[in-house]
Ligand binder design. Structure first.
Ligand SMILES: [Zn+2]
Length: 252
């Protein structure tokens, strides 16, 4: 029987699932990524979490046929290297595949995080039996991927579908990709919080200010969502502007 690991390396959490031959989930684990401590720390966190999950399931690395990792940012897919990821500090040319294969001895593959999501939806979910599928991932950052005429598109550098870096403003927020005004700097958990903070700093009052004792760094995207549901005017304005920008970006 073949057993697989699917791993989502997010800017906030590492999510790991183990699947059987029929892609039934045998177990899962979620642990904070702690990106601020750099690549070696994150690789070690993946390693520890994989071993802990396998242990819970009474499996060993030898039982795993292969592992697929979804990684945000620009990748060298063929060589298994994460070249750069805008929401990951101290993260450059990280040899994820070589590291995992030498430490866990599990055959490992990487692809863009939005694209692996797309594969899942295309094979099993909302995009099943479709020839043209567009995937948008809204998390810490903003990602995208597409199936066109029955093929997942990669492009010359493997970054086709990276809608997070569509330029929306000439003189916009700086992006770690080197450009500025990128869509993902606005439409993402980090971006939407920044929009919210800017509104409060200009003098608008939100219920979230009370929740975090005016320490805006403590505000989260989840709070924004709750404040929106409570009818908070600043949260509603922030959500509307962000949604509108996403709409414009998708049409670009
Ligand atoms: Zn960018």
């Amino acid at each position: 029987m073949a057993t697989y690991i699917g791993l989502d390396l997010g800017g906030t959490n590492i999510k790991i699932s183990v699947f059987d031959d029929f892609f039934h989930k045998l177990g899962e684990k979620r642990t904070p990524t702690e990106v601020r401590f750099g690549s070696e720390h994150v690789l070690n966190r993946i390693y520890d979490a994989v071993l802990a999950l396998l242990d819970e399931l009474h499996l060993t690395c030898q039982d795993i046929t292969c592992m697929g990792i979804g990684v945000p940012g620009i990748l060298d897919i063929k060589n298994g290297i994460s070249r750069f990821s805008p929401n990951f500090p101290k993260w450059e040319e990280v040899p994820i595949v070589a590291w995992m294969e030498s430490h866990l001895h599990i055959p490992t593959y990487i692809d863009n995080d939005a694209r692996v999501n797309l594969y899942g939806e295309w094979k099993f979910g909302a995009g099943k039996n479709r020839n043209n599928v567009l995937m948008i991932t809204l998390g810490t950052g903003l990602g995208g991927a597409a199936v066109i005429d029955g093929r997942v598109i990669y492009g010359a550098t493997g970054s086709a579908g990276e809608i997070g870096h569509i330029n929306m403003f000439r003189e916009g927020r700086e992006c770690r990709c080197g450009s500025s005004g990128c869509l993902g700097r606005y439409v993402s958990a980090l971006g939407i919080l920044r929009t919210f903070r800017e509104k409060v700093q200009l003098g608008q009052h939100s219920i979230i200010c009370d929740w975090v004792n005016n320490d805006l760094d403590k505000a989260t995207a989840d709070m924004l969502s709750r404040a929106y549901d409570d009818g908070d005017a600043v949260a509603i304005e922030t959500m509307r502007e962000t949604g509108e920008l996403l709409g414009y970006g998708l049409c670009a």
